[in-house]
Design a binder for this molecule. Sequence first.
Ligand SMILES: C[C@H](O)[C@H](O)[C@H]1CNC2=NC(N)=NC(=O)C2=N1
Length: 101
Amino acid sequence: MAVEPLSNEEIERGLEDLPGWSLRDDRLVRGYSFPGHPAAARLVAEVAEAQEELGHHSDLTLGYNKVGVSVNTHSVGGKVTELDLRLAHRIEDIARGQGVS
Ligand SMILES: C[C@H](O)[C@H](O)[C@H]1CNC2=NC(N)=NC(=O)C2=N1
């Protein structure tokens, strides 16, 4: 699939449907907070499985009770594409399914 970097306007429009997510240094980013470490690790584990299915992978940072997510598309030189928005939505679905918001 040929993917192209999105314009800033397209990214801003996409972010309207992704509360909590923002654009930082050409990456879509979001942080999640949890009641403890195992809950945080569960999000990372389920997101990792989904990313394998999608063939698109965010950088996940697991802390004690926080998870950081950061994604862009390497194949276009590290810019935000539709693939990143799609993954962000998938991650939101997983987080919601785990009771995280
Ligand atoms: C071959 C494989 O599908 C590619 O290397 C995928 C893997 N996961 C990826 N993840 C992200 N975030 N960006 C990519 O460009 C990317 N490319």
